[in-house]
Design a protein around this ligand. Sequence first.
Ligand SMILES: [Zn+2]
Length: 497
Amino acid sequence: MSRRRKPRTPATSSTPPNDGTPLGGLSDADLLREVARRRLAKGTFDIDAIEELATAAQRDLGEETLAAAIAALPPEDDKPKACPKCRQPVPVKAKNRLRHILTTAGELRLARNYHYCTNCGRGFAPRDAELNLPEEGEVSTAMERRILDFGVNDTFESVAERWSIHFPTSIISSNLVRRVVDRVGLRCESAYSEEALQMACREKPEEPPAMLTVATDGSMLHTREANWKEVKVGVVARGGFIPPGEERPRRRVEDARYVAVLGGQLEFKKGMAAALAVERADEVGTVVWLGDGARENWTLASELCPLAIQVLDVPHAVHWGMLCGKAFLGEGHCLLPQWEARIHELLDADSPEAAIQELMNCLEFAATAEQLAALDDVVGYYRANEKRMQYRTFRSLGLPVGSGIVESAHRHVLQVRMKRAGQRWGMVRARRMVRLRAAYRTAGAVRFHRAIRDGLKAPAATHKHQLRPNAPRRVLRNYTKSRVSPLNRAAAAAASK
Ligand SMILES: [Zn+2]
């Protein structure tokens, strides 16, 4: 639904100044009408021409306004100014050094004094700081925000092309988009802490949520240097609890925090720890941790959320059963759908025992080493994850058992931007983009640019979770055991031994 527009008050005055000048009897509005009339008199009258005329006027007026505002600034004095780094007074090195800045209102040409501190080996322009201009780069903050929004959602080349449709009067190159995204990506990497970034992207809840669903998984990315590299993706989402017997609503993952890392497990762990801390996981009664069977997954879960209910997601459990089925029947066999249905049926229990029994019955039909190995694999996999496969109980408690949440994270965080046909990423840029995409999805489009900036600063301390000076940054967890489901205690206890 479109919002109804409020009638706007005209920007130009309709009262003539009558100041005795030759055109003093005409108001601003009269003049504007006259200019429009003259311009239109030169050309055609169709809407395209009129629109173009208005847009050109907007741009011209914008640039003139910029220039006028800059010209109206008090002139700079030529005294030495304090170096922003060492605070020593530094004399002017060059006057009227020109800087071009692309703003949303057109191009800004700024002539200002330039100082160079020989101590620090860096130059600075005090006027830039006065105007709150970004230290580096050729675009204003508002422009950066705009370009960034395109750049995290589309390829650099495509952004430059699409830009010319949206903003026909300002042309940008794919290289400019790349530089802007790189710069913001670097800023995102320089966040004060992972928690600071998470908090800037999405507020810490006032009350700990009743339930958290956590899911982690890996996804392969095509890189130039190392061919395929794994990106680890994690989601921490509020809720997920569906009371038994109720209609299954589509699980919402918009309220989720994302962590994505092209790098090692340690880095991923830090990111996940921050997301969980900001979501107040320590105070949440029920935490469900979904994952595939990868051991590092469960190590992470046990370390970060020892009392979480660990759930092997059903699609992965079925996938392993199907690998075995394919080894026995052959790829594309007509009975595979029945095999799959049977696995689903057998897994709808409180342990994989029935499934293991029936799979073991296939042993006598195993003719090849591959078939034996496949059987061995799936049985081993089910045994290792036995406690995480109490699907009947999980379902009756309304806990999520599918992997929809992480699949959707893959799609929303990575696929749409980073896994397009033929895309190959350099490692540095890929790392940054992965991180940016996770922050983008966590913060949402409107908040994203601001969030990256805010993440540079220490988060404002809330009285509940104050960071104590001279103390470990993460206060030791204080689990309230009584509120936590006993389901996976045994697993947690075994893991911590
Ligand atoms: Zn200095």
